[in-house]
Design a protein around this ligand. Sequence first.
Ligand SMILES: [Zn+2]
Length: 115
Amino acid sequence: MTATLSDLQRAELRIELERQLQRLERSMKFTDLAARPVELDQSAVGRLSRMDSLQNQIMSQGLKERETGRLAQLMEALRRCEVGTYGVCTSCGGGIPYERLFVFPEAPECTGCVR
Ligand SMILES: [Zn+2]
């Protein structure tokens, strides 16, 4: 196991992870609202806007799935911070370059192992 990050880089990336987690949790609250089932017998809502809401709902559900996946990655990265394996590739055990983590702080794998 070879982590290539300095303590300062590690601390910065952890702050960034927590910041992104907070932002994601906030945005997921709105996605949750938008992804709720569409009320089908609202007399005040015309057919066209009902199709709009269905469309929105479908898009929101896709977004929600992506957000849920991202949430899991962020939580997992924070867990690795706790146990001291953050910045170590989960596939090959090599160090993940700082440049990669700077762009994707939640990245669990190095550039060579990512699918
Ligand atoms: Zn790797």
